[in-house]
Design a protein around this ligand. Structure first.
Ligand SMILES: [Zn+2]
Length: 238
């Protein structure tokens, strides 16, 4: 069998390394997308923290302006009361009395409003803190995954370098004519494998039936031969 031929076995070895090289190259091409995907997720998580925090901050500033308004109303009430002490006419006194009572009503409305805002602040603060805790650990996990992809890039690059050397060595071991044919096939066939065992008279690379000539060359003459459909080198396995 051709597959028992030591020279052909060298070719099989080279093919195995070439395939591994191709797979690693593919992986290397996809890894930056994985990193980008992680970065996008991290950004989304951080934005949701910002959202929760900004809702809380907004309520805080609402509370501050209510506080200011309540103080201002209080000052107006005090002033009116002082003026009330100085007036002689009953009508003026009454007018001030009306002003004071409507200001007092307004003040108590604002105070009710403030109480509601304060309750909402407590809720928003709790929500923001929970969101922060949860998201911070989620982000940490995403950062870890991102780091994993970055590490993998470095690892694949090293593996490719090592494999490149191994391929160079393997190429020196393959018989010259075989190597020529193999390199030609690699150019013609778009995707690995470049070597395909025959199964039930079919090329396992393209799954099509090969001609009887191909079968007889592979099986009887035990020479290097190619699938007449896809051009891959075909052989009979032990
Ligand atoms: Zn084929």
């Amino acid at each position: 069998m051709l597959s028992n031929n030591p020279e052909f076995q060298e070719l099989l070895l080279l093919h195995g390394r070439d395939r591994r090289y191709g797979k690693l190259e593919e992986e290397l091409k996809l890894l930056p997308d994985d990193i980008k995907r992680m970065e996008k997720k991290i950004l989304t998580e951080n934005e949701s923290i910002d959202l929760a925090v900004s809702e809380w901050k907004q309520l805080e500033s609402q509370n501050n302006s209510l506080e200011k308004e309540i103080i201002e109303i209080g000052e107006k009430i005090s002033k009116s009361k002082v003026r009330q002490l100085g007036v002689k006419k009953n009508e003026e006194y009454q007018a001030l009395e009306n002003e004071i009572s409507s200001l007092t009503l307004l003040q108590s409305q604002k105070e009710d409003e403030q109480i509601e805002v304060l309750v909402n602040i407590d809720d928003a603060k709790a929500t923001a803190e929970i969101a922060q805790d949860k998201i911070v650990s989620k982000v940490k996990d995403l950062e870890r995954q991102k780091q994993g992809f970055e590490d993998r890039i470095a690892q694949v690059k090293t593996e490719l370098q090592d494999l490149h050397k191994e391929i160079e060595t393997a190429r020196t071991q393959v018989e010259a004519e075989m190597l020529k044919t193999y390199d030609r096939v690699k150019k013609v066939v778009a995707r690995a494998p470049y070597l395909a065992p025959l199964k039930d008279q079919k090329c396992s690379g393209c799954n099509l039936r090969v001609s009887n000539d191909v079968i007889s060359t592979a099986l009887v003459e035990q020479k290097l031969t190619q699938c007449d459909q896809c051009g891959r080198i075909v052989y009979v396995e032990r």
